[in-house]
Design a protein around this ligand. Structure first.
Ligand code: SAM
Length: 188
């Protein structure tokens, strides 16, 4: 799979297992489908979320090179920075998207994109190299992440192909057309 520039990772913070399973799974799937290479879930390992990501990766191809869960959010942020990357926190209070995307490009570094759940701790605002908004209205981490990645990669991420995919969709005007790779056919 061709990689996009700059390389990105997504850090989901504040996950509450009793109510955020679906949203956090969608954050992970959007990260994968919109071109991110890494997915991190802070503070807790929710196996339901990780299983969803793994099963999508097994069938549709490996987009996420590495994922991790359970460490405090600051460990992921500090770890990313210590490897030379920069941190972008998506929040409705941040600078406008267009201005922020320009700054992201100028940084020329791998970007860790942080999205929250309910209340984001102040240290994230402080440690982020950029606090960036996708409009100044409250909406959703899933929407904010998708719009941000799509603008960053100018839509190129939508046409990535995965060499190890076991199933590939053939776009069609009606119905569902899926080409199965040999291995997948054998298992049917
Ligand atoms: N009060 C929160 C805030 O600081 O943005 C809104 C919480 S919202 C339910 C959960 C997450 O969605 C936020 O932590 C943020 O990452 C993302 N989000 C929501 N609205 C956003 C916006 N307009 N721009 C960027 N990110 C947004």
């Amino acid at each position: 799979m061709a990689r996009l520039e700059p390389e990105t990772g997504v850090l989901r913070i504040g996950h509450r297992p009793e109510r955020d399973k679906r949203v956090t799974s969608h954050v992970a799937l959007v990260a994968r489908a919109f071109g991110a290479s890494y997915f991190f879930l802070s503070d807790i390992c929710d196996l339901g979320v990780m299983r969803t990501l793994v099963s999508v990766e097994e069938r549709w191809g490996r987009g996420i090179k590495h994922f991790s869960c359970g460490l405090p959010h600051m460990r992921y942020i500090e770890g990313w920075k210590s490897l030379g990357g920069k941190v972008v926190h998506l929040t409705m209070y941040g600078i406008p998207l267009e201005e922020g995307i320009e700054k992201c490009r100028e940084l020329r570094k791998p970007l860790l994109i942080v999205v929250g759940a309910e209340k984001v701790p102040p240290d994230v605002y402080e440690e982020a190299d950029l606090n960036l908004s996708v409009g100044n209205q409250p909406h959703s981490e899933v929407a904010a992440l998708a719009v941000f990645l799509d603008r960053l990669y100018n839509g190129e991420e939508l046409y990535l192909t995965y060499e190890d995919a076991r199933a590939v969709i053939e776009p069609s005007e009606k119905g569902k057309k899926v080409r199965l790779m040999e291995e997948e056919e054998d298992e049917l």
